[in-house]
Write a protein that binds this ligand. Structure first.
Ligand code: ADP
Length: 273
C-alpha cells in the first residue's frame, strides 16, 4: 500500500506566457504507515507536490498512483482512491461554513452516501479524536470558537472521511505555542493509534525532526534530500544549507528527543554509528 509518483512533472499555465514548471521529473513512494515531513523554501514546490498526491492537480507528465490505481483516471475506482487521501490545507478554519460544528464535520461523510446514523457516528468519533466533547460542542456555531478549536473542527471534518493517508500543510501556522503543541501531539496520536500515514508540510525543522521518520527536502521543484531526519542532519548539512533549510545541530536534536523520552533511540543509534 503506497502513494507513488513516477516521473511526475507539473507545469502551471502550460503554453501560456506565464508557464511555470513547479515540479520536475519527481519520483517518490510514500508507504502506508510512514510519517513523512516535507520541507523547503517558499516556491520550492511543496504545495504542488501535495496537491498531486490527492488528485487536486494532475501531472503534466508522469503518473500518481494510490494503492496501485492511477488517480488521474475518471473511473469510480480512481475517485475512491482519491478519497483515501485526506488534505488539511493551511488555515483550514477559513473553510468552515455550516451553522453548527456537527453539520460542518458531517459535510464530507454526507457526500459518501452514508445514512444519518452512520454520519452521526463519524462526527462523534472525529470530534472525540480531536478532543472536542460532542455533547458540549455539536450544536454550537464553529465561529464562536478559539482559533485552535476552529482548526480542530476543520481537521475533524477531514478525519471523518476516514482517510488512510493524511496530508497536513503547516497545521500549526498562526497558533500559539500551546495550540501548536496540542495539534502536534494529536497528529502523533492519530498516526500511532489509527495507523494513518501522515505527510506533514512544515517550514519548521524542529517540528519535523521530532515527529517524522522520513524527511523530504524540495528545492526548485526537485527532491534534493530524502532520508531519515537525524542521519540527514548529520550528513547533508551543505545540501540543506543550499536548499535554504536551517539545520539544528545534531547533538541538540538528539538531546531534545532524549529529554522528551521520544522513542527514537534506533535513529539516534544510526547517527552515532
Ligand atoms: P511552495 O508550496 O513550496 O511554496 P508551490 O508549489 O506553491 O511552492 O509553488 C512552486 C512554484 O510554482 C512557484 O514558483 C510558484 O510561483 C508556482 N506556482 C504555484 N501555483 C501556481 C499557479 N496556480 N499558477 C502559476 N504558478 C504557480
Amino acid at each position: 500500500m503506497s502513494i507513488k509518483l513516477e516521473h511526475v512533472t507539473h507545469t502551471y499555465g502550460l503554453g501560456s506566457p506565464f508557464e511555470k514548471t513547479a515540479l520536475h521529473d519527481v519520483s517518490l513512494e510514500i508507504k502506508s504507515g510512514e510519517f513523512v515531513g516535507i520541507i523547503g523554501h517558499t516556491g520550492s514546490g511543496k504545495s504542488t507536490l501535495v496537491q498531486l498526491l490527492n488528485g487536486l492537480l494532475q501531472p503534466t507528465q508522469g503518473t500518481v498512483t494510490v494503492d496501485g490505481t492511477d488517480i488521474s483516471q475518471k473511473t469510480k475506482e480512481a475517485m475512491q482512491m482519491r478519497h483515501k487521501v485526506g488534505m488539511v490545507f493551511q488555515y483550514p478554519e477559513y473553510q468552515l461554513f455550516e451553522e453548527t460544528i456537527a453539520r460542518d464535520i458531517a459535510f464530507g461523510p454526507r457526500n459518501f452516501g452514508l445514512n444519518d446514523d452512520e454520519i452521526e457516528e463519524r462526527v462523534r468519533e472525529a470530534m472525540e479524536f480531536v478532543g472536542l466533547d460532542y455533547q458540549t460542542y455539536a450544536d454550537r456555531s464553529p465561529f464562536r470558537l478559539s482559533g485552535g478549536q476552529m482548526r480542530r473542527v476543520a481537521i475533524a471534518g477531514v478525519i471523518a472521511i476516514h482517510p488512510q493517508y493524511l496530508i497536513l500543510d503547516e497545521p500549526s501556522a498562526g497558533l500559539d505555542p500551546a495550540g501548536r503543541r496540542e495539534i502536534f501531539a494529536e497528529i502523533q496520536r492519530w498516526h500511532r493509534e489509527k495507523n494513518i500515514t501522515v505527510i506533514l508540510v512544515s517550514h519548521n525543522m524542529d517540528d519535523i525532526s521530532r515527529m517524522a521518520s522520513r524527511l523530504i527536502v524540495l528545492s526548485q521543484g526537485k527532491i534534493c534530500i530524502d532520508g531519515e531526519p537525524l542521519s540527514v542532519f548529520a550528513t547533508e548539512q551543505e545540501t540543506l544549507h543550499r536548499a535554504g533549510v536551517s539545520v539544528p545541530p545534531v547533538t541538540e536534536v538528539m538531546q531534545y528527543l532524549k529529554q522528551r523520552g521520544l522513542p527514537l533511540e534506533d535513529r539516534v543509534h544510526t547517527v552515532e554509528e
